[in-house]
Design a protein around this ligand. Structure first.
Ligand SMILES: [Zn+2]
Ligand SMILES: [Zn+2]
Length: 140
């Protein structure tokens, strides 16, 4: 059975397949990828930053970021490519936060969990297990 969904890019209803965007958007995305890749492939552009790529190709930053996250644009090949950590602005290539920030947040979270456990212990009534947010490093 075909499943219908709204394209996450343009909102159009389409038959859902593997992608979360419709065929038109997919095609556009592929064209954008090619453009970006053709640009970066040139020796002199190997060390272009994200901003420079955006300026040169006219492709949206969010889309290029997506390519980096999907590992279609490899930062081993293009060392200056990356996007800023949402917390401190350091260039990163996956997830939302840099190593430092995720470590920090993790210890915050651990402290928080430890605290919750103490609170839990002091309670007579059993509550449903709390849901903790884990840092999703493997987002695709
Ligand atoms: Zn679409
Ligand atoms: Zn950071």
């Amino acid at each position: 059975m075909a499943e219908l969904a709204n394209c996450s890019q343009c909102g159009k209803v389409y038959v859902k397949q593997l992608k979360d965007i419709c065929r038109d958007c997919y095609r556009e995305e592929e064209a954008a990828f090619k453009k970006v890749y053709e640009f970066l492939k040139q020796q002199k552009n190997r060390e272009a930053t994200l901003t420079e790529v955006v300026e040169a190709t006219g492709v949206e930053e969010t889309l290029i970021t997506k390519f980096i996250k999907e590992k279609r644009l490899r930062t081993s090949m293009f060392p200056k490519l990356g996007f800023p950590c949402e917390r401190c602005g350091t260039l990163i290539v996956s997830g939302k936060l840099c190593m430092n920030c995720s470590e920090e947040l993790k210890s915050d979270l651990q402290q928080h969990e430890a605290l919750e456990k103490v609170v839990e212990r002091n309670k007579d009534v059993k509550t449903t297990q709390g849901v903790y947010y884990t840092l999703d490093k493997h987002r695709r």
